[in-house]
Write a protein that binds this ligand. Structure first.
Ligand code: ATP
Ligand code: MG
Length: 563
């Protein structure tokens, strides 16, 4: 590639509205341009990185025995109605209407289509297991597209799907996919963790996410430094903190005028938030339900929404709904004689002599004890884990890190084969719904994650495995020196012969401009060719941001090949 010809428009200044490093650097280095909210064009250098990532993904996926296919992105509403997701997906699903007034959508994911493929192709149980994948464009009308490529609306995903006769067979493919994802991230050279995850809208049981570790990550993950345990905080199990002590205080009603928050009550009564409980009202299937947590703890809405009898996604009761049904303002609710069912978090359940609302405006109760003063209630895990919590596998305290979710693997079960009525006849004549796995990897998000992890204040530092080129040739005063031009041209041709990708900065620009661009673009090796070096018979050779060394022209190729 010749810099004078390639469409790689670098920017000297930071673009407006690019608040994360990957967005900013990919724009500045001329890898992408933005069309609209969550919509991006890949320019040639960026596309090369995408293609390098895709090549690694293909190799590792093919190794698992998965077969590559390509499915339509525009899909008829009927299959989504069959699975029940036409209604369930909500506004993230971009719906379109064709000239015959038929409903279609632009696919956010392909479970329906791949299940339809199975329906059309499967002849007998001998056709299973089947594992297919594609690398394709997805569209999700994200409520807040942000962080550039990390949460785009149109993006590139590798999505894989497998179908099996039994759980053991699904386990084998699920493991193989897990290992393939680890191999992909290892080959790119990223620091990452695989963690237990919530299955979200997809349904199903087991699910793991792969997170590239970076401070800009949207997800918080909890892990045990002493074991392999790791989980998204959305899902990480919170244990109770110890045993419940015996009651010492008597139940007392105290006046708490204007104290409507845990903080206010705790200050007024001089009792720490850890000895108060908070009562949050949500909609249940039959009535309002109270969720009761220790005052300093955070409700985990995802865990709560999974509980039987609680409406998912979680719906908080409004102040009016609370006043109407309980005759008390939200700031004064508590479990004692509440009048609606309650669910108690494990850590609230081990409190004794605690403080809660008295179900009477302006009053709280102190010295409250489960069993003695109010029934124990249903005990569940309702809260987020936090620093200080123990790992649920007993291996010691949890540590926390921010991560960018780049991959997600699920055991889906029979949700789609059942809803779309896809069966296979077994040797004994019985019909069986195949069980299913699905495996997503965000290719474009992964490119951004690489930049989030591999950069410094000057620009990107591409890992060799995905770099847009291996060598950046920077010439000094090329337009005035045939010696420089000739030396660069010889090296360029020789690299091409050796299959080494090169970007040759042959532009008529000042050396400073060329060096800044080279640092911004972040190709792993740089050779600078100028008259001064040529007089000594040397080029300047540099790996990433290390000190440059003088090398003889003949040595460049061998150094690159050896690297
Ligand atoms: P998130 O929680 O970040 O919205 P998700 O759970 O919706 O992700 P999946 O449905 O599992 O994601 O999709 C598989 C992969 O696709 C994700 O792991 C991620 O790498 C990528 N991905 C999902 N949404 C986006 C997006 N808006 N922009 C870029 N990549 C995305
Ligand atoms: Mg999402």
């Amino acid at each position: 590639m010749l810099a004078s010809q390639v469409l790689a428009p670098t920017l000297r200044d930071d673009p407006a509205n690019a608040d994360v490093v990957s967005h900013r650097l990919l724009l500045r280095a001329g890898f992408i341009r933005q069309l609209g909210s969550g919509l991006f064009t890949w320019l040639p250098l960026g596309l090369r990185v995408v293609q390098n990532v895709e090549a690694i993904v293909r190799e590792e996926l093919n190794r698992t025995g998965a077969q590559e296919v390509l499915m339509p992105v525009v899909q008829p509403a009927e299959i989504w109605q069959e699975s029940g997701r036409w209604d369930a997906m909500g506004p993230e699903l971009l719906r379109i209407i064709d000239r015959h007034a038929r409903d279609y959508c632009f696919s956010p994911t392909h479970e329906e289509v791949v299940t339809d493929v199975l329906r059309q192709t499967m002849e007998s149980y001998r056709d299973l297991p089947l594992s297919v994948y594609q690398i394709n464009t997805k569209f999700r009308d994200e409520i807040r597209p942000r962080f550039g490529l990390m949460r785009a609306r149109e993006f590139i995903m590798k999505d894989g799907y497998s179908f099996h006769l039994d759980d053991e067979s699904l386990d084998v493919t699920y493991r193989a996919m897990h290992d393939a994802y680890a191999a992909i991230l290892d080959r790119i050279g990223l620091r990452y963790r695989s963690v237990q995850a919530d299955s979200g809208m997809m349904g199903g049981s087991d699910s793991e996410e792969f997170h590239v570790l970076a401070d800009s990550g949207e997800d918080l993950i909890a892990y045990s430094p002493n074991s392999g345990y790791g989980a998204n905080v959305e899902r990480a199990e919170a244990l109770s903190n110890g045993e419940r002590p015996a009651p010492k205080e008597s139940l007392t009603r105290v006046e708490t005028p204007n104290a409507k928050t845990i903080e206010g009550v705790s200050k007024l009564l001089g009792i720490p938030p850890t000895r108060c409980v908070k009562t949050l009202m949500v909609h249940g299937t039959d009535s309002l339900i109270a969720l009761i947590l220790r005052g300093d703890h955070q409700l985990n809405e995802i865990k709560a929404a999974h509980l039987d009898g609680v409406i998912a996604p979680l719906r908080f009761a409004s102040d009016e709904e609370i006043s109407k049904s309980l005759n008390v303002d939200p700031g004064s609710i508590g479990p004692v004689e509440l009048g609606v069912p309650y669910i108690v978090d494990r850590s609230a359940d081990v409190l004794s002599d605690f403080v809660c609302g008295a179900n009477e405006n302006g009053f709280h109760l102190t010295g409250v004890n489960w069993l003695r003063d109010t029934p124990q209630g249903r005990v569940e895990d309702l809260r987020n884990v936090e620093p200080g919590d123990q790992s649920p596998d007993g291996s010691g305290p949890l540590a926390f890190a921010r991560g960018i979710e780049v991959g997600h693997i699920f055991k889906l079960g029979r949700k789609y084969t059942e809803s779309m009525n896809v069966t296979v006849q077994m040797p004994d004549g019985d019909d069986l719904y195949p069980t299913m796995g699905c495996y997503g990897l965000g290719v474009s998000r992964l490119v951004a994650a690489v930049v989030e992890q591999c950069h410094d204040e000057k620009g990107i530092l591409w890992p060799k495995a995905v770099a847009p080129a291996m060598l950046h040739i920077v010439t000094i005063n090329q337009q005035r020196s045939t010696a420089v031009e000739q030396a660069a041209s010889n090296l360029y041709i020789e690299c091409q012969r050796e299959g080494i990708e090169v970007l040759w900065d042959d532009r008529e620009e000042r050396p400073g401009v060329k060096f800044n661009d080279a640092e911004l673009i972040g190709i792993p090796y740089r050779v600078t060719i100028g008259d001064r070096g040529l007089k000594q018979g040397t080029f300047e050779f540099q790996h990433e941001r290390s000190e440059s060394i003088d090398v003889r022209p003949d040595d460049v190729i061998s150094r690159l090949v050896a690297s």
